[in-house]
Write a protein that binds this ligand. Structure first.
Ligand SMILES: Cc1cc2nc3c(=O)[nH]c(=O)nc-3n(C[C@H](O)[C@H](O)[C@H](O)COP(=O)(O)OP(=O)(O)OC[C@H]3O[C@@H](n4cnc5c(N)ncnc54)[C@H](O)[C@@H]3O)c2cc1C
Length: 461
């Protein structure tokens, strides 16, 4: 930091996953950093996204385990779900991580500027009338809940994910509008807590960004769990009733519920922040960047959810690290979006990395692609857990693995190895030589590669 305390090597606007990761890495590289945050460092992921929802989903998993315990020979009964207590558990986790993050930021001597920032010069951010000048500026202002015309979030009966994660009682009936990641995760948790859940999705399938086989398996599993999935069903209106809400779809059919969750995606938070005035180009609200995350404004970068692509915390972290290293002159390798792993933490989980089969065929030609689906029915640990699903591996014929797609309880934990396989462009033959621990679900990944390499073990050729 310089003597006047307002000139820095890097000024970062937004202290979420993208912004704070950039701050931590930049300071590690000896750069002086100001991190401007109007709310709490940690951003959406820590306070309103990944962490609180995964705590809810873990509580949901416990509710399922108790409810279904008798089939494992353990007699227990689920007396109820105390959402206030679940929230205490969830908030304690967030609180501890927040404290840890604040300590880490302090230890790296990053200057945290508390307040609402605005870009007022090419590399200048103003907060409460004070100007912070950077040799570089990093835009990291994140995303906000989107809605649809006629779908006003009142925070009480028509809620966003933020209100949904703070409910203190389990609703009896819920309509979830949107079958993307956030929608299916809440649907899953609420069903485990005992609610009747209907998901309305305008597209033909849940998790439309995933390989169609994953969507199909998830839908089947959800129906088995009693979650009603209405695909190809577009919302047309919502009205308050004395006891809750009535949601109408385009066909004219209605669903009554206590609450309605709006989960139709998140939009970039870039309006009224001075970006366009300073020469940052926006494309439908997102910040246009080149592959090195540089905006059209010299010296200004963008990271995280404001950059078009998948809105994921670890993508934000990677963006932040990349930009810090780029600024420090380390010339980091460009991030390959397809190599960023995706996990949806519903029950069963859906995980993937790399290309879907259709994407691989489009990129390399249909005849160049082969795929293999290994059913978790052949995997001992999955049988022990009583979960169903699969590991699907997509490869270039005679070439490397291009994508891995998985469905089943806990398969999110397998994504690490799948990611290494895809990112290192391993051949199934390479992976088949690696020994996988027995009995683990990880073995299913090994078995799928054994089969694709032409030497299936616990599966039919
Ligand atoms: C319900 C939910 C569940 C999710 N679950 C997952 C998950 O399991 N895994 C996953 O990878 N991702 C998940 N995500 C997505 C993840 O939270 C985001 O991708 C990630 O937070 C994006 O990081 P970011 O830094 O771009 O933005 P944010 O985390 O949104 O951070 C932006 C920050 O900028 C601050 N800010 C904005 N404007 C200003 C201003 N003018 N002045 C000062 N500060 C400002 C905000 O207060 C905020 O702290 C989830 C999101 C939601 C909503």
């Amino acid at each position: 930091m310089t003597a006047d305390n307002t000139s820095f090597d890097v000024v970062i606007l937004g202290g979420g996953s993208g912004g704070y990761a950039c701050a931590l890495r930049a300071s590690q590289l000896g750069l002086t950093v100001a991190l401007v945050e109007k709310d709490k460092v940690g951003g959406t992921c820590l306070h309103r996204g990944c962490i609180p929802t995964k705590a809810l989903l873990h509580a949901a998993e416990i509710a399922d385990a108790v409810r279904e315990s008798a089939q494992f020979g353990v007699n227990a009964s689920l007396e109820g779900v105390d959402l206030r207590q679940v929230n205490t558990y969830k908030d304690e986790i967030v609180g501890r991580l927040y404290k840890g993050l604040q300590g880490l930021i302090k230890s790296r001597e990053i200057t945290v500027v508390q307040g609402n920032g605005r870009l007022v010069g090419p590399r200048t951010v103003e907060v409460d009338g004070i100007r912070y000048d950077g040799k570089h500026v990093v835009l990291a202002s994140g995303s906000v809940t989107r809605s649809l015309p006629g779908l006003d979030i009142d925070g009480e009966r028509v809620v966003s994910s933020w209100e949904a994660m703070q409910l203190d009682t389990v609703p009896q009936r819920v309509v979830v509008i949107g079958g993307g990641v956030i929608g299916v995760e809440f649907a899953s948790a609420w069903r485990s807590f005992g609610a009747e859940v209907t998901i309305l999705e305008a597209l033909p399938r849940l998790l439309a960004a995933e390989d169609p086989s994953s969507s199909k398996a998830l839908e089947r599993a959800f129906r088995k769990r009693g979650i009603v999935v209405e695909a190809n069903t577009a919302f047309s209106g919502v009205e308050r009733t004395p006891s809750g809400v009535r949601v109408t779809v385009e066909s004219g059919e209605t669903s009554e519920a206590d609450i309605c969750l709006v989960a139709v995606g998140r939009g970039p938070h870039t309006a009224d922040l001075g970006y366009e005035e300073q020469g940052v180009e926006l494309d439908r609200g997102f910040v246009a960047t080149n592959e090195r995350l540089q905006t059209k404004l010299a010296g200004a970068y963008a990271v995280g959810d404001i950059v078009p692509g998948m809105q994921l915390a670890h993508r934000g972290f990677q963006h932040g690290i990349f930009v810090a290293e780029d600024i420090a002159g380390l010339e980091p390798a460009v991030i390959n979006e397809a190599d960023i792993p995706r996990v949806t933490y519903c029950e069963p989980e859906v995980a993937s990395v790399g290309l879907s089969e259709d994407q691989a065929k489009a990129a390399h030609g249909p005849d160049e692609i082969e795929s293999l689906t290994y059913d978790l029915g052949g995997n001992g640990k999955s049988q022990i857990l009583k979960t169903q699903g699969f590991v699907k591996v997509v490869r270039r014929r005679g070439g490397p693995v291009l994508g891995v797609h998985m469905v089943g309880s806990r398969v999110g934990e397998l994504i690490g190895e799948a990611q290494l396989i895809c990112s290192w462009e391993a051949f199934p033959e390479d992976v088949s030589a690696l020994v996988h621990m027995h009995p683990t679900q990880n073995e299913a990944l090994g078995e799928a590669h054994l089969a694709l390499a032409g030497k299936p073990l616990h599966s039919h050729s």
